[in-house]
Design a protein around this ligand. Structure first.
Ligand SMILES: Cc1ncc(COP(=O)(O)O)c(C=O)c1O
Length: 452
């Protein structure tokens, strides 16, 4: 690790890292290779990794590895470090809190910061109605609890999720998640009373939002029945499923049907929330107001925190003791979340996400115009995707996608793939990344595509 730190021109600490792509070894370098061998020996094989490096520092728009390589970060640790790593206000808040107390368990001795996070979430999430929140540790845990709450409130059991949806890897959330490999294969049996409806996918289905909603609602009515249905859960823009943006009108029609039929509408904004899509929440972009909203990832600058926020009457349906967990709403994570929410609201991050959208979409559309293997460029804010296809058939090209992503990593650019067919590269940079690094990252993607 010494060698990595020695290469810094400024002290360790997120944004003060030199903002450059710098390769001093091949990727992985010798130190990362040693650590990867230790990982293989000590860590369960099911816990995979994308970039074959080991990180020692990160900030702004770079990740520094154990060999002193500085990689451009176009993934934000899967949409988590939206504010960049080690944002000074989060560092300060976390240091102050951990010195004060690290845990009492909110269910034993409550503390103000949990309440303040709930107040902030009730305020910033879509809709002016009276809301309440409950805090958890991970996105999957928030989704599990949103389903529990909706079932308790409605007295009904069925839950509808959508094709290509991703909601986590716990038992209930595996059932809600669409893709078998790698998320579900061999891990069944899955939770019961979960049903799946078709997602609006304009690039693939050619339907308007109204047509796609009619199709989905008809399937829900015929195969589940509103009388049995507690909740519909949907990502307003799908994340792992391929950054699928539904056609205009789809989400409002589904929300309206839920309202008319006593079904709780849950927006899973775990990936799309907190300025990621150029709105504070993606629901705002589509003009919908969810009954419940799940959040995590960008909420606390990288500390584990998640939440369910929603209509007070629904949130209050559970008896005392029915919701919670030892660590849920940990005070250090809450301190980080309060600092993060303040930064989101005061430092123009929604605008920064829109600037990133313009830059990425312009560059990727230029690439698409020059290379028909990019079938679609889509997304909003700092959540943009390029879908790779066979230009003759428009069929997904997972092999091309994997080879482009691998070449990017080898050249010092961390990119993530996604999509049910594994043929999408998703760009999720931290909003703290400088424009020149974004351009350089896309230059590397372009060179990788040209060489593939
Ligand atoms: C939309 C969505 N829901 C739920 C989850 C699960 O969150 P976690 O990995 O924190 O359990 C994710 C994670 O990628 C997600 O993108």
């Amino acid at each position: 690790m010494g060698s990595a730190i020695d290469t810094l021109t400024t002290p360790l600490g997120g944004p003060t890292l030199p903002q450059e792509r710098r390769l001093v070894t091949s990727i992985p370098g010798p130190r990362s290779q040693e650590l990867l061998a230790r990982k293989a020996a000590a860590v369960a094989a099911g816990v995979g990794h994308t970039a074959p490096i080991h990180a020692v520092a990160a900030g702004g728009g770079v990740v520094l590895d154990a060999d002193g390589n500085s990689l451009i970060d176009l993934g934000s640790g899967i949409a988590v470090t939206t504010l960049g790593n080690a944002h000074p206000k989060i560092v300060e808040a976390v240091q102050a809190q951990i010195a004060q107390f690290s845990h009492t368990c909110f269910m034993v001795s409550p503390y103000e910061s949990y309440v303040a996070v709930a107040e902030a979430l009730n305020r910033v999430t879509p809709g002016a109605h009276v809301k309440k929140s409950a805090l958890f540790n991970s996105g999957a845990e928030a989704v599990e609890n949103a389903v529990k709450i909706a079932r308790k409130f409605t007295g009904k059991q069925a839950v509808v999720a959508f094709d290509h949806g991703y909601h986590g890897r716990t038992n209930l959330t595996m059932a809600l998640t669409a893709k078998a490999m790698p998320y579900k294969s061999g891990f069944g049996p899955f939770a019961s009373e979960i049903y799946r409806a078709p997602m609006s996918n304009p690039y693939r289905d050619g339907l308007t939002g109204a047509q796609a909603a009619k199709k989905a609602i008809s399937i829900i009515e015929k195969q589940v029945g509103a009388d049995n249905l507690a909740a519909v859960i949907i990502e307003p823009i799908q994340g792992e499923g391929g950054f699928i943006v539904p056609a205009d009108g789809f989400l409002p029609a589904v929300v309206e049907w839920c309202r008319e039929n006593g079904v709780v509408f849950i927006a899973d904004e775990i990936q799309t929330g907190f300025a990621r899509t150029g709105e504070m929440f993606a629901s705002d972009r589509f003009g919908i107001v969810p009954d419940l909203i799940t959040t995590a990832k960008g909420i606390a600058g990288g500390l584990p925190l998640a939440a369910v926020t929603g209509r007070a009457a629904i949130m209050d349906a559970s008896h005392a003791g029915g919701l919670g967990g030892t660590y849920g709403g940990n005070p250090v994570a809450c301190a980080a979340a309060l600092a993060a929410i303040e930064v989101f609201e005061t430092e123009g991050l929604v605008d920064r996400a829109r600037e990133i959208e313009l830059l990425l979409k312009t560059r990727l559309t230029d690439l698409q115009n020059a290379d028909a293997r990019i079938g679609d460029v889509r997304g909003y804010g700092a959540m943009i995707a390029a879908e790779f296809v066979d230009p003759e058939t428009n069929e997904p090209d997972a092999a091309l996608t994997a080879s482009v992503a691998k070449a990017c990593t080898a050249q010092g650019v961390i990119v993530l793939t996604c999509g049910t067919y594994g043929n999408v590269i998703r760009f999720l940079p931290p909003l703290s990344i400088p424009d020149d690094l974004l351009h350089e990252g896309i230059d590397v993607v372009a060179a990788a595509l040209a060489g593939a």
